[in-house]
Design a protein around this ligand. Structure first.
Ligand SMILES: Nc1ncnc2c1ncn2[C@@H]1O[C@H](COP(=O)(O)OP(=O)(O)OP(=O)(O)O)[C@@H](O)[C@H]1O
Length: 376
């Protein structure tokens, strides 16, 4: 007679997969051992004042196997199933883009520090206009970091890495962050520092971030007085407005940040503490990214290696980057006008954002020629 053992494994209602029908049975084979899974549920009436009975539903799986295999099932198979399940959940999970709610709105029992939406930015390293060599170097760096759990533990450092992305507006700093998140399958926490009241609130925010995430502070030079004693430069050396200051959107953004900066008491030392200290208390890997259009405005303490480990310059469009964009926007590998455009890219400073805008057909009548002739 077949001697069968049974294991009953309860499942939280929230984790129950709708792909299982009640009392459905499936078989599995592990190391040559056959097992039978079945799903079932038990409904027990809850105590309630209502006329209509309310049931408490408990769902569970029953795992059946031959008794002689008990050891391998309990010691190896169950662990294997849980591990696989976790990996599938990670693969299927929707990644999120979090933004912090202003500290002033944190009171109240229902309030949360972060709001989130599903992160669906399509940027990838393939579509990023940048020299291939530079992209490969960044990808390698990210892979090394993401697989470095044991290494970081061995050297006694928190599992985090800081990236500083700097360069003129429209050179792809935000796009690079999205490509990094997509490459690593990480969530993104976008911190607006000017709405964080003080260092203590900054700490509370960061404690709530999860592992496998990229924490971003954009335009770090505009977010806080991080320049030490140096006075902020409103004009360039000739007294003229800089490109960013001429652009009305950048100007408005900057004015808004200046306003917030006055009400925020987050300090440079608070920020340094956040980069250095807090992480040792949090498990899981985190990448911190700062972006700026003006790297020379930042306090050296903030961007020294160990804090911002990798500095990446996002520069004006070179011909190699142009070719990536042409392939992406127009599915074009080569064209007779490419020679002329290569020459132009070597002589002028044009941002990838402007190149992308020119390469995008504005109507059905515009073809490849029309788009490329914009560069004439
Ligand atoms: N290197 C690039 N590769 C591909 N697309 C780019 C690149 N740079 C800019 N773009 C395009 O231009 C738009 C603006 O770029 P993005 O916001 O990434 O620039 P930024 O450097 O972050 O600008 P800012 O400093 O003003 O915030 C993007 O939506 C993207 O379509």
């Amino acid at each position: 007679m077949l001697r069968i053992s049974r294991l009953r494994l309860p499942v939280k209602a929230s984790l129950w997969s709708s792909s299982w029908d009640d009392y459905e049975e499936v078989t599995d084979v592990f190391n040559g051992v056959k097992v039978w899974w079945s799903s079932s549920f038990k409904a027990t009436p809850q105590q309630s004042l209502s006329y209509f009975p309310v049931f408490d539903e408990r769902r569970f799986f029953t795992l059946k196997f031959h008794r002689s295999h008990r050891e391998i099932i309990t010691e190896k198979y169950v662990e294997h199933v849980l591990k696989e399940g976790k990996e599938i959940a990670v693969r299927n999970r929707q990644r999120k883009l979090y933004t912090n709610n202003p500290s002033d709105n944190w009171s109240g029992w229902k309030s949360t520090k972060w709001s989130h939406v599903v992160f669906e930015h399509p940027a990838t390293f393939d579509s990023l206009g940048m020299e291939t060599k530079k992209k490969e170097e960044i990808k390698k760096d990210l892979i090394k970091f993401s697989k470095g759990k044991n290494y970081y533990a061995k050297i006694g450092k928190a599992w985090k890495r800081g990236y500083l992305l700097y360069g003129p507006p429209g050179t792809g700093k935000s796009t690079m962050i999205a490509a990094m998140a997509n490459f690593l399958d990480y969530d993104v926490y976008d911190i607006e520092l000017t709405t964080v009241k003080d260092n203590s609130d900054l700490r509370k925010l960061l404690i709530e971030t999860t592992g496998k995430s990229i924490i971003v502070i954009e335009d770090i030079d505009c977010s806080l007085d991080l320049t030490g004693q140096r006075k902020k430069r409103e004009k360039d050396e000739n007294g003229d407005e800089t490109d960013e200051e001429k652009d009305p959107i950048s100007k408005k953004k900057k004015e808004g940040k200046e306003e917030g900066k006055r009400s925020s008491k987050v300090t440079l030392s608070g920020l340094l503490n956040f980069i250095d200290g807090i992480w040792s208390a949090c498990g899981g890997e985190r990448i911190i990214v700062f972006t700026t259009n003006y790297v020379d405005r930042l306090d050296p303490a903030l961007i020294r290696r160990g804090r911002m480990d990798k500095h990446i310059e996002m520069s004006y469009c070179c011909f190699e980057a142009f070719k990536v964009l042409a392939k992406n926007y127009l599915e074009l590998e080569s064209h007779e006008l490419f020679g002329k455009i290569e020459e132009l890219m070597g002589q002028t400073e044009i941002s990838p954002a402007d190149v992308a805008e020119n390469l995008m057909p504005k109507s059905d009548e515009e073809d490849v020629e029309t788009c490329l002739k914009c560069f004439d």
